[in-house]
Design a protein around this ligand. Structure first.
Ligand SMILES: NC(=O)c1ccc[n+]([C@@H]2O[C@H](COP(=O)([O-])OP(=O)(O)OC[C@H]3O[C@@H](n4cnc5c(N)ncnc54)[C@H](OP(=O)(O)O)[C@@H]3O)[C@@H](O)[C@H]2O)c1
Length: 248
């Protein structure tokens, strides 16, 4: 069975490792090529965009792919939309392999928003001290609210950071612990945290710290459409693969 795994996440790497043990599966992992030095998987891989829906369609046909596993990040909406269109048109089975979203708990002060632009508006007019953990690509949106002080945490230095007049850049890679997150929020006198609802354990501690400190969280909700089946564990994923194996 020939599988295309759309990756770029820890979940995709874990799945690749499990599938590498299966001689009956022929997987290929696809990476967008955003990370400078990605950890290479133990299965065949390719790197770089396909060239939109038409390029992906050509790839699926040319490589006789039997099923596609979309294990991209919950906020990689374009790749998921392209996969949904191409697979629908070709009749190739598609499944989302995704981590569960974070859910609001007692004591949380979450403001839910649908986009980065709405997150900027939700900060309001009064100057605030903001912890931004939204990655580096969409920082430009916050240039529209220069009255705030931004503590920006990213893995690699973001180019758009210069557009925020009042900022402090913190380069760090998770996982993060609750104690360190609490210290960061207290020492930087953070009033509000802005984050995408990525889910996952590695970066969840900031939510626990915000809850403990009574800090508001502006939570950007996931953009993906709900009409593709979603699976959250590797065992369920392997069962899905069995269910979609073509009859010999
Ligand atoms: N967005 C996030 O917050 C985030 C966080 C962590 C990791 N990532 C990972 O970083 C990558 C890019 O994210 P994004 O938000 O820029 O995605 P996106 O906006 O959904 O995708 C933009 C374009 O990048 C290419 N692409 C994305 N994922 C690909 C993959 N796995 N294999 C081949 N091409 C891919 C596609 O180009 P073509 O149209 O040319 O095919 C796609 O149209 C994804 O693999 C994602 O899993 C994203």
């Amino acid at each position: 069975m020939r599988l295309l795994i759309l990756g770029g996440t820890t979940e995709a790497s874990l799945l690749a490792r499990r599938i590498s043990l299966r001689a009956d599966l022929q997987p290929v992992l696809s990476l967008a090529g955003r990370t400078r030095e990605p950890t290479l998987p133990p299965i065949p891989h390719r790197i770089g965009g396909f060239g939109g829906v038409s390029g992906l369609t050509e790839f699926l046909v040319g490589n006789r792919i039997d099923a596609v596993i979309d294990a991209t990040h919950p906020f990689a909406a374009q790749m998921s939309a392209n996969a949904a269109t191409a697979c629908h048109d070709l009749g190739v089975p598609l499944v989302l392999f995704t981590r569960p979203p974070w859910r609001r708990q007692d004591g949380d002060r979450w403001t839910l928003v649908a986009s980065m632009a709405q997150a900027v508006l939700a900060l309001g007019d009064t100057p605030r001290r903001v912890l931004l953990t939204v990655g580096g690509l969409q920082l430009t949106a916050f240039a529209a609210a220069p009255q705030h002080h931004y503590v920006v945490r990213t893995i690699e230095p973001p180019t758009a950071i210069t557009e925020l007049p009042d900022h402090y850049l913190l380069l760090a890679r998770g996982p993060f612990g609750v104690e360190d997150e609490t210290t960061l929020m207290r020492d930087a006198r953070i009033d509000v945290l802005v984050t995408k609802n990525s889910g996952g354990r590695a970066t969840e501690a900031k939510l626990v710290a915000a809850r403990a400190c009574g800090i508001e969280v502006i939570m950007i909700e996931r953009p993906k459409p709900g009409d593709v089946p979603a699976i959250e564990t590797i065992d369920d994923m392997l069962a899905w693969i069995e269910d979609h194996r073509a009859a010999p």
